[in-house]
Design a protein around this ligand. Structure first.
Ligand SMILES: NC(=O)C1=CN([C@@H]2O[C@H](COP(=O)(O)OP(=O)(O)OC[C@H]3O[C@@H](n4cnc5c(N)ncnc54)[C@H](O)[C@@H]3O)[C@@H](O)[C@H]2O)C=CC1
Ligand SMILES: O=C([O-])CC(=O)C(=O)O
Length: 320
């Protein structure tokens, strides 16, 4: 059986990390595409030379030609610009929308059967626009954010409780912005609801509130510390988990920016919701019971995403 083909559009910080992870895991052969000339080819050479040391078999090719992504099984999109300290993700919309247009066309023309994972920010609007530009079915285009945001929430909770991160099952819904909704009612420490565990451990409720706030601002905290660029290790790891769920038909339930029509009172929007990922792409959006407060928070978050879609439509008439 031929190896799977993974196309990475954008060979920057996340793209390079994705290539390394995908190669180490022998997920398939890899094409690292970027508009910058030489850079993806250089990274591909460097990464290929890890093979003999790490013992992986994967062909890694750097390219500036969309023809090289032909027939890819999975495409992960990080093309565009990251934010700098003082910026919001939404400030990237104008420039990254144009990037999504060229990437969407490249995918449509070369690998229309691929499963496409978008990472570029502002995430929920960009995955929507990428889907529109590519014309792929909604179940084959998804955005990565909830896996990352949930991992941040889990990390901070594990630090607070002094427990293993492996035992924390944290859940973040909504748009990938400061209004995202960490859902404590579905967050458990090996099955024990987080608020109950906090009582057992004598952790005051306001500490959990602070962790929720830190999670919401988790991307910005790293942007501030790095000074130039944004997080890349955990974002790449998150997207790889989603790609593995698709390639392995794992039917994992992951929080992803999926197309939601009908559920959660939404009418055709990409936003973070629990999603079954298997060989059919995003096979199902799971609608969970939320408290009135959680519903209200989710509404604030989805309203913010809807506003961004209006901005996209204003900037590119083909989206209107
Ligand atoms: N969804 C999420 O949770 C996260 C999203 N991000 C976003 O991911 C994106 C990428 O981040 P990094 O890899 O750190 O940025 P980066 O700047 O290191 O890499 C982006 C790459 O895209 C390339 N590029 C620009 N225009 C292109 C085009 N038209 N076609 C192909 N390639 C193009 C650039 O040459 C650059 O190499 C940013 O928008 C960032 O905000 C970052 C972290 C988490
Ligand atoms: O904060 C940013 O700009 C990058 C991002 O989306 C994240 O790390 O969550």
């Amino acid at each position: 059986m031929a190896r799977k083909k993974i196309a990475l559009i954008g060979a920057g910080m996340i793209g390079g990390t994705l290539a390394h992870l995908a190669a180490k895991k022998e997920m398939g052969d890899i094409v690292l595409f970027d508009i910058a000339e030489g850079m993806p080819q250089g990274k591909a050479l460097d990464l290929s030379q890890c093979g003999p040391i790490e013992g992986f078999d994967a062909n890694i090719k750097g390219s500036n030609d969309y023809a090289d992504i032909a027939d890819a099984d999975v495409v992960i999109v990080t093309a565009g610009v990251p934010r700098k300290p003082g910026m919001s993700r939404d400030d990237l919309l104008g420039i990254n929308l144009k990037v999504m247009k060229s990437v969407g066309e490249g995918i449509k023309n070369n690998c229309p059967d691929a499963f496409v994972i978008c990472i570029t920010n502002p995430l929920d609007a960009m995955v929507w626009a990428l889907r529109e530009f590519s014309g792929l079915p909604h179940n084959k285009v998804v955005g990565m954010a909830g896996v990352l945001d949930s991992a941040r929430f889990a990390t901070f909770l594990a630090w607070e409780f002094g427990c293993s991160v492996k035992d924390v099952n944290a859940f973040v819904l909504g748009g990938h912005g400061d209004t995202m909704v960490p859902v404590t009612s579905y967050t458990t420490i090996n099955g024990i609801p987080v608020n109950d565990y906090a009582k057992i451990k004598g952790v005051p409720a306001d500490r959990i509130d602070e962790i929720v706030k830190r999670t919401r601002a988790g991307g910005g905290e790293i942007v501030q510390l790095l000074g130039n660029g944004s997080a890349y290790y955990a974002p790449a790891t998150s997207a790889i988990a989603m790609a593995e769920a698709y390639l392995g038909d794992q039917k994992r339930i992951l929080p992803c920016a999926s197309y939601v029509e009908g559920k959660y009172g939404l009418d055709g929007l990409y936003v973070g919701v629990p999603t079954v990922i298997g060989a059919g792409g995003t096979e199902e959006v799971i609608e969970i019971e939320l408290s009135d407060e959680e519903k209200a928070n989710l509404k604030v978050s989805t309203d913010a995403v809807e506003e961004l879609l209006e901005v996209c439509k204003g900037l590119d008439s083909s989206l209107a």
